[in-house]
Design a protein around this ligand. Structure first.
Ligand code: UDX
Ligand code: ADP
Length: 479
């Protein structure tokens, strides 16, 4: 089989960028990204794409209408395709067996059933969503129990390692592509077909092939290892604050060991995003099911530490503000889970904001890319407009950072957007209530300069020499 047509089920953060780059790099392949949400597809076909990702607009503009199509016609997409990516959402279960830990595979299952219903020719079905180990088996069972004459399925696991905010670069210059399949001749042939697609731009030496389960487990393991590094460095922030060590200096010294390396040692208010927590929960659930409580407890600690870090930071904010934030105006700078994305899933800003709201604060939130509706959704748990109206009494969303901080008792910086480093903090100090507090949850600002302006500054993993308040004359060095 030569792959001429690819269909992707799910036009989300994974399916959209991945297939756009495949279309860019494989002009000989027609790529159709399908979603059951009409609204999402409409946005993919418009000038304002449903997700913000640096470089994505250009890739889509180059390929859309040429060999890249976005469609709600799932039946046509499936029937015409030689290869189908399943890139649907896999949230953590909120009810029933394994709730709060196991992944809810209902969307994966429904995608597999759709393929079984609609396919009339051989298909390679590729699991791309982040899934628990053995999810491919579910797809296999559904497809093979419903095989029609003349239709054969090969099921591959091809986890995606892109990180949001750098997705296009991660896809174009991938460290590695991982493809898992069955050890049968047909399985190996399917692996080679998918390798051929990636070899349009990825050097063959960077394409790893394994059995299906190794591929699935490797994805969970990679995310668990990355999250573990963040929890490791975050655990030391509390020690640094108590002892006078500086976590940035510790991270630098530790990261210089070539066996450890410098990446993912950036202390923060905790990790967020759609993958880390979900994948570790999957790993914990798998370990429990395999009767490995020690393994489960080991990975649970990475998550517990993350919760501790978010709580510790928020507690510090409240305690510094004389242990009460009732009716105080707090400016929240940044709401996405990291810079360069509008994604808010598991963002630490949600935890911080909700806790401050519970304590009676009035929040003034600014984020360069997150839509107001999304912020209200995260704070209320619903898209119902009347709920949003209620919360608007204590949450105001602003168009600029300057507007958010005007009249604020404190600034809480939750996301490391570059533009926050460029703010004119002299101007900001003037328009804030005094004493003016600033909590830098990402360690991106010049704390000494802020203190010279007069701010009371607190950050993560570093005890500042003094906490501001006395405005030093002639030393306003911030822009
Ligand atoms: C992650 C993995 O990096 C990616 O390979 C996988 O495919 C999906 O999950 P993503 O969640 O998009 O990607 O972003 P990532 O850059 O990993 O950041 C995750 C969270 O960790 C963010 O909240 C980020 O701010 C935080 N982080 C990251 C830190 O707190 N410190 C660091 O040193 C790095
Ligand atoms: P991810 O971050 O994993 O890409 P998203 O939630 O951003 O997850 O995107 C998943 C997309 O999959 C959603 O747009 C959802 O509407 C879509 N989806 C879910 N089930 C199906 C299905 N059976 N067929 C097509 N699209 C689906």
């Amino acid at each position: 089989m030569v792959i001429e047509k690819i269909c992707c089920l799910g036009a989300g953060y994974v399916g959209g960028p991945t297939c756009s780059v495949i279309a860019l790099k494989c002009p000989d392949i027609t790529v159709t990204v399908c979603d059951k949400s009409e609204d999402r597809i409409k946005q993919w076909n418009s000038d304002k794409l449903p997700i913000y990702e640096p470089g994505l607009d250009d890739v889509v503009k180059t390929c859309r209408g040429r060999n890249l199509f976005f469609s709600t016609d799932i039946a046509k997409g499936i029937q015409e395709a030689d290869l189908i990516f399943i890139s649907v959402n896999t949230p953590t279960k909120i009810v029933g067996n394994g709730k709060g830990r196991a992944a809810d595979l209902k969307y994966v299952e429904s995608a597999a059933r759709m393929i079984a219903d609609l396919a009339t020719s051989n298909k390679i079905v590729v699991e791309k969503s982040t899934v628990p180990v053995k999810a491919a088996e579910i797809i296999m069972k559904i497809l093979r129990a419903n095989t029609k004459p003349g239709v054969d399925y090969q099921i591959l696991s091809n986890p995606e390692f892109l990180a949001e905010g750098t997705a296009i670069v991660d896809l174009i210059e991938a460290d590695r592509v991982l493809i898992g399949g069955e050890e049968t001749p047909e399985g190996q042939k399917a692996i080679q077909e998918l390798c051929w697609v990636y070899e349009h731009w990825i050097p063959a030496k960077n394409i790893l092939t394994t059995n299906t389960w190794s591929s699935e487990l490797s994805k969970l393991a990679a995310n668990a290892f990355l999250a573990q590094r963040i929890s490791s460095i975050n655990s030391l922030t509390a020690v640094c604050e108590a002892t006078g060590a500086d976590v940035a200096e510790v991270a630098k010294a530790v990261g210089r060991d070539s066996r450890i390396g410098p990446k993912f040692l950036e202390a923060s208010i905790g990790f967020g995003g759609s993958c880390f927590q979900k994948d570790i929960l999957n790993l914990i659930y798998l370990s429990e099911c395999l009767h490995l409580p020690e393994v489960a407890a080991y990975w649970q600690q990475v998550l517990s530490l993350n919760e501790f870090q978010k709580t510790r930071f928020t507690r510090k904010v409240i305690e510094s503000l004389f242990n009460t934030v009732t009716d105080k105006n707090i400016a929240i700078l940044g709401f996405s889970f990291k810079k360069n994305t509008g994604d808010t899933r598991e963002s630490p800003a949600i935890h911080v904001s909700k806790t401050l709201l519970d304590e009676g604060a009035k929040l003034h939130i600014y984020d360069p890319k997150v839509e107001p509706e999304q912020i209200y959704y995260e704070l209320t748990g619903t898209y119902v407009k009347t709920e949003h109206e209620n919360i608007k009494k204590c949450v105001e969303i602003h168009d600029t950072a300057y507007s958010a901080v005007t009249g604020a008792h404190a600034i809480v910086l939750c996301t490391e957007w570059d533009e926050f480093k460029e703010l004119n903090f002299n101007k900001i100090y003037e328009v804030m209530m005094k004493p003016a507090y600033l909590f830098d949850g990402r360690k991106i600002l010049d704390h000494e300069a802020l203190q010279r302006i007069g701010f009371h500054v607190q950050t993560i993993g570093k005890r500042l020499a003094r906490t501001g308040s006395i405005r030093a004359q002639g030393s306003l060095t911030m822009p």
